[in-house]
Design a protein around this ligand. Structure first.
Ligand SMILES: C[S@@+](CC[C@H](N)C(=O)[O-])C[C@H]1O[C@@H](n2cnc3c(N)ncnc32)[C@H](O)[C@@H]1O
Length: 188
């Protein structure tokens, strides 16, 4: 994915220092286990999860993002213990993970994403999820495909919703753009 590669190459760190806002809701629900960080980017969530003792695997389509994860750990004086590699989510098979973190990635996926995401999450016990959703018209600057809230509810059909929240937030990449966003923590 050229666009993201360029972004990660041009910046030592793209995303925030701290983890996404629902990550701290994971430890009270499940204290340890294997996590898949889907579309992990430069590792803001993976770094937090490793610091909490989880066994983390992170995948991202951008090789530059995977390189940047090492920088994030180094900046914090530690080496990554987890397994981080380049992978297109749309070509993944379900693994043996306890927790799926899918953060800011779903709106980046296109045709077939609902079935693929459901397949990847099917062996997991906990899902920590965040996506932009429909509500505010998209800028021409982005190639996202915003899901409806119903698509997200379909994604977590049969799961127990521990937490769900929706609000409008400014973008990190484009602070002048606002995004309708949904956060979900769900268990099986
Ligand atoms: C908005 S960033 C979020 C990164 C990270 N999850 C976070 O919250 O900081 C979206 C990430 O998804 C990755 N991505 C987009 N499409 C992908 C795909 N088909 N397979 C794997 N990663 C993908 C991008 O390279 C990018 O790093």
């Amino acid at each position: 994915m050229k666009k993201y590669d360029e972004l990660y190459v041009a910046n030592k760190q793209v995303w925030t220092d701290g983890p996404g806002r629902i990550l701290e809701k994971i430890p009270p629900v499940i204290k340890k286990g294997k996590v898949l960080d889907l579309g992990c980017g430069d590792g803001k969530n993976s770094f937090y999860l490793e610091s909490q003792g989880y066994d983390v695997t992170g995948v991202d389509i951008s090789t530059a993002a995977i390189d940047r994860i090492k920088l994030r750990f180094k900046k914090n004086g530690v080496e990554p213990k987890g397994n981080y590699y380049t992978q297109d989510i749309m070509e993944m098979k379900p693994g043996d993970y306890d927790i799926l973190v899918s953060y800011g990635i779903y709106h980046d996926l296109h045709k077939g994403r609902l079935e693929k995401h459901k397949d990847i999450q099917k062996n997991c016990k906990v899902l920590a999820f965040c996506s932009f959703i429909e509500g505010i018209p998209l800028s021409e600057k982005v190639e996202w495909e915003l899901p409806t809230k119903n698509e997200i509810l379909e994604l977590i059909k049969g799961w127990n919703i521990k937490y769900i929240s929706e609000s409008v937030i400014p973008g990190v990449l484009y602070p002048d753009l606002f995004h309708n966003t949904i956060w979900v923590l769900a268990t099986k």
